[in-house]
Design a binder for this molecule. Structure first.
Ligand SMILES: Cc1ncc(COP(=O)(O)O)c(C=O)c1O
Length: 352
């Protein structure tokens, strides 16, 4: 398809490709702003108050990105030489350039995720250390909800509360990378405030399925957020008239959450269609949220790169996550017709 001579793609690489909605652009245009480093931006203050209410945390801080939220949280919860327990496939470990080590001076103690995206609580308990002078002190457990690399799986309420109990018992902090926590909330039909109640801190992303062009919000108690504000500054995140961006974030939190169920339905449609295509297999039976991971069977005469390029030539963009596996992510720029087209194009590409 072409619009104004520019080719448009069915872009399923990520929910980060979403464009701001007309309501966001309007709100950004009209936003009242001030210097947020002086604490004078009314729109940022409004967004932070809203995020704090929704997450049930005492305080909140608008940050430039999910990565900045996770790094700032780690800086506050730890001291140099400490240890943070996390999943080996987690974003905080794999996809943040080792910031936990290079910026925070903290080492990761990784645990393999279970197939449902959780970290086995017994395994967590077995790696906690602190009393022996030889050891780094464990300070934080970080989990991801939904878990991106584990298929966008929402972690159950029971799991998060059991983990919260254990983390507290050992005097540690629980950080949730909630880049897609609203997808978890919609899929589980549980308010975000309940899912997050065991967490000491959470970073929520506005710029993924919720459609904002920029931004995340880090939430926790007031003391934590005061320290996170310092951390944000040294990370280069002390923005000035950032109400322009926060205005879109307010629309994300007020208008874009409930519709995530449409993305989840579309992901299920896509997954159903893929399940009927010979030559590929689904990593997970049926997606609970907005991600579909598929792999190529060994008898397919194409490499992942070749297939990705074939799809692109037909107007479909997908994320090649390994040599022979793809991730398709639904979002509000994707409708049912696009899903059907994607299934058809994938099927044709394998038949060629
Ligand atoms: C689970 C998860 N956490 C954190 C991030 C980082 O977000 P950002 O790209 O805004 O830094 C991402 C990005 O895709 C993510 O998937």
């Amino acid at each position: 398809m072409t619009v104004n001579n520019v080719r448009t793609f069915v872009d399923l690489r990520s929910d980060t490709v979403t464009q701001p909605t007309p309501a966001m652009r309007d709100a950004m245009f009209k936003a009242q702003v001030g210097d947020d480093v002086y604490g004078e931006d009314p729109t940022v203050i409004e967004l932070e108050a809203l995020a704090s209410r929704i997450t049930g945390k005492e305080s909140a801080l608008f940050v430039a990105s999910g990565t900045m939220g996770n790094v700032a949280a780690t800086m506050v919860h730890t001291r140099r030489g400490d240890e943070l327990v996390c999943g080996i496939k987690s974003h905080i470990y794999r996809n943040e350039q080792g910031a936990m080590a290079s910026i925070c001076g903290v080492q990761a103690r990784t645990i393999d995720e279970e197939t449902n995206g959780t970290l086995d609580i017994n395994k967590i308990e077995s790696v906690i250390q602190g009393s022996d002078y030889h050891h780094a002190i464990t300070r934080v457990v970080a989990i991801e909800n939904t878990h991106n690399m584990c298929g966008g799986i929402p972690l159950s309420m029971d799991y998060v509360s059991s983990l919260g109990y254990i983390v507290q018992k050992h005097g540690l902090k629980l950080h949730i990378d909630g880049a897609r926590i609203f997808n978890a909330s919609v899929a589980l039909n549980v308010p975000v405030i309940d899912i997050l109640s065991p967490a000491d801190s959470v970073s929520i992303c506005l710029s993924k399925g919720l459609g904002s062009p920029v931004g995340s919000v880090l939430c926790g108690n007031s003391q934590f957020i005061d320290m996170a504000r310092r951390a944000r500054k040294v990370l280069g995140g002390g923005l000035r008239q950032s109400g322009i961006l926060a205005a879109a974030g307010i629309i994300s939190l007020t208008e874009m959450i409930d519709r995530l169920s449409i993305d989840h339905q579309n992901a299920r449609l896509l997954s159903d269609g893929f399940s009927r295509i010979p030559g590929i297999y689904l990593h997970h039976k049926s997606p609970a949220t907005n991600m579909v991971y598929v792999g190529l069977k060994s008898n397919v005469p194409f490499t992942g790169v070749e297939l990705r390029d074939k799809l692109k030539a037909e107007g479909i963009l997908t994320d090649l996550v390994s040599e022979d596996s793809f991730r398709f992510v639904t979002h509000y720029g994707i409708d049912k017709d696009m899903i059907e087209k994607t299934i058809q194009v994938f099927s044709n590409a394998l038949a060629d």
